[in-house]
Design a protein around this ligand. Structure first.
Ligand SMILES: NC(=O)c1ccc[n+]([C@@H]2O[C@H](COP(=O)([O-])OP(=O)(O)OC[C@H]3O[C@@H](n4cnc5c(N)ncnc54)[C@H](O)[C@@H]3O)[C@@H](O)[C@H]2O)c1
Length: 299
């Protein structure tokens, strides 16, 4: 029997256009980690930040991570050099015309993100996906800031990005099936495990995690136990890999406060009210690991 190649069946789904180039906006804790894993996956990565020293620090952190990986034998010199060749710091969004995907990882502030999405939509082509790494802000609201809301999606990585496998892929009210499918394929290409969730404040991860962290801070503030004891209870009794206060220091106490404010405002329930001790630490500039002190000191 002769089998001839038949043209694609009329109702077969069209092949998805793969993501070949990515602009990451914000070179802080998350943006630098995201740019690193994109370059490691063989995809061209551009990194931009409005604050030049932060961009330099972010690029330096990525280089240091690759040097450590080579020194520990987890990566060859050649792999590190190849990954490095795929990543480039750029001065502005205008340098990113033609990228397939923008991932913003700037400050957790809705007006700042809306302004950035407007600027990004004008700077890159109409086919590019616009993704936000927001921890809690409405994807539907960010999508309303741009002419084509169907190309806006949440792509929520976890800290540290090179280590943690999860990404929440957040479907806004107008996000198209094609945008979701391309975003999921991209996340898998990075070696991540995407989980699709709907657009509610905090999505799944922070809706569940932040109230636990906040309660641990209330317990500390009320004198139930000291920080190390609270963390020990949750590590040893609940099998959490790190305690909630150490985790808050890793996330950044300012980021925790911003997420709680979003949950309280957008869900409209005061059970998400931030612990007074969290507010005091943020006001004092004690933001956790990134500032050298939070619930613990980091030398
Ligand atoms: N830290 C975490 O554990 C974590 C986890 C998941 C998601 N997130 C989310 O990721 C985003 C970034 O968080 P982060 O912890 O990396 O913050 P960060 O403070 O470490 O970095 C933010 C960076 O964005 C830059 N920036 C601010 N406004 C900008 C703008 N308009 N254009 C370009 N750059 C700008 C800042 O200079 C800074 O370098 C937030 O939305 C946060 O909620 C954070």
């Amino acid at each position: 029997m002769t089998v001839t190649a038949s043209p694609q069946a009329p109702d077969a789904p069209a092949a998805l256009e793969p993501i070949r180039s990515v602009l990451v906006v914000g070179a802080g804790t998350m943006g630098s980690g995201i740019a690193q894993v994109v370059a490691e996956a063989g995809i061209a990565a551009l990194l931009v930040d409005s604050h030049a020293p932060s961009l330099a620090r972010g690029m330096g952190g990525i280089d240091a991570a690759w040097e450590r990986a080579v020194a520990k034998g987890r990566r060859s010199e050649e792999e590190a050099a190849n990954a490095r060749s795929r990543i480039r710091a750029v001065a502005s969004l205008a340098d990113a015309a033609g990228v397939d995907l923008v991932i913003e990882a700037i400050v957790e502030n809705v007006e700042a993100k809306e302004a950035l999405f407007r600027e990004a939509a004008a700077a890159v082509g109409p086919g590019a996906i616009l993704a936000s790494n927001t921890s809690s802000i409405s994807i539907t609201r960010l999508a309303a800031a741009v002419p084509q809301p169907e190309r806006v999606v949440g792509l929520h990585f976890f800290n540290p990005v090179p280590v943690l496998p999860l990404v929440e892929v957040v479907r806004g009210l107008g996000t198209s099936d094609e945008t979701i499918a391309r975003t999921i394929a991209f996340a898998r290409r990075l070696g991540k495990t995407p989980v699709e969730v709907n657009d509610f404040p905090g999505f799944v991860a922070n809706r569940v995690l932040l109230p636990m962290i906040n309660e641990a801070i209330f317990a500390l503030g009320e004198g139930v136990a000291d920080a190390a004891s609270i963390d020990a209870v949750m590590r040893l009794g609940m099998s959490h890999p790190m305690g909630p206060l150490a985790l808050a220091d890793l996330i950044g106490l300012d980021v925790c406060l911003d997420i709680l404010a979003t949950l309280q405002r957008d869900i409209g329930d005061d059970k998400y009210r931030a612990a007074p001790l969290l507010r005091r630490l943020v006001a004092a500039g004690k933001l956790g690991r990134k500032s050298g002190e939070g619930f613990y000191r980091y030398d």
